[in-house]
Design a protein around this ligand. Structure first.
Ligand SMILES: CC(C)(COP(=O)(O)OP(=O)(O)OC[C@H]1O[C@@H](n2cnc3c(N)ncnc32)[C@H](O)[C@@H]1OP(=O)(O)O)[C@@H](O)C(=O)NCCC(=O)NCCS
Length: 183
């Protein structure tokens, strides 16, 4: 399946919310950025901020062929002075579409924007240590674990660690070159 990233708009909010079944899943998907009961208002506010400042870009993920909206991703904490940014709030809505390599494609497209359109040099992300699928996806793209924050969040009565992962422009370019030579 080929995917495209397009600007996330107010009309896309209900679909995104429909993919979030519980408070725990919201934490897995977005950390502590949103509150379950307030997410609609918080997403609206984020869209307004995206229009005003340029430090957060929100995207819906579209299936190229059908034009169906299938997911979400954000480039957050964009700092054009430090040339850093972070990936956040990545989600493929339909469970049966996960684990088939689409996450890797989405993250690669966001990195293209971050590195080649905006000119950033380092991209980080936070992921909970129990999120094996997401960690495999990020490793496959080329991210490495650079830090572990212990006891970051309580889920189901258990305190869980958060991993900080990172990829630099240099590494991304090297992996691209390797892909070009091997494909
Ligand atoms: C995170 C997410 C977007 C990743 O997208 P995805 O399409 O499922 O990931 P991919 O299939 O591209 O993952 C790449 C690799 O990880 C593997 N993988 C995916 N899910 C896995 C799992 N649960 N256990 C082990 N490996 C897994 C895939 O098999 C693939 O490896 P392969 O190509 O060698 O088979 C998706 O799983 C999702 O929406 N999860 C729920 C929301 C969430 O947790 N977001 C992350 C916030 S940090």
């Amino acid at each position: 399946m080929e995917v495209l990233l397009r600007k996330f708009e107010e009309k896309d909010i209900p679909k995104l919310i429909s993919w979030i079944p519980s408070k725990d899943f919201l934490i897995q998907f977005a950390g502590q950025a949103y509150q379950f009961s307030l997410i609609k208002q918080q997403l609206k506010k984020d869209i307004e901020e995206m229009e005003m400042k340029n430090n957060n870009l929100m995207y819906k993920v579209i299936e190229k062929e059908t034009k169906n909206v299938i997911g979400h991703i954000q480039l957050i904490r964009i700092n054009t002075i430090d040339k850093t940014g972070a990936i956040g709030r990545l989600l493929i809505g339909d469970k049966s579409t996960r684990g088939k390599g689409i996450g890797v494609k989405i993250v690669n497209q966001l990195l293209d924007i971050a590195f080649f359109e905006i000119g950033l040099k380092t991209i980080r992300l936070n992921v909970y240590d129990f999120n094996i699928g997401a960690i495999s996806c990020y490793k496959k793209v080329g991210f490495t674990i650079v830090n572990r924050i212990e006891n970051k969040v309580e889920i189901d009565g258990e305190w869980r660690d958060c991993l900080v992962m990172e990829i630099t422009l240099d590494k991304f370019l090297k992996l691209r070159q390797k892909d070009t030579f091997t494909s």
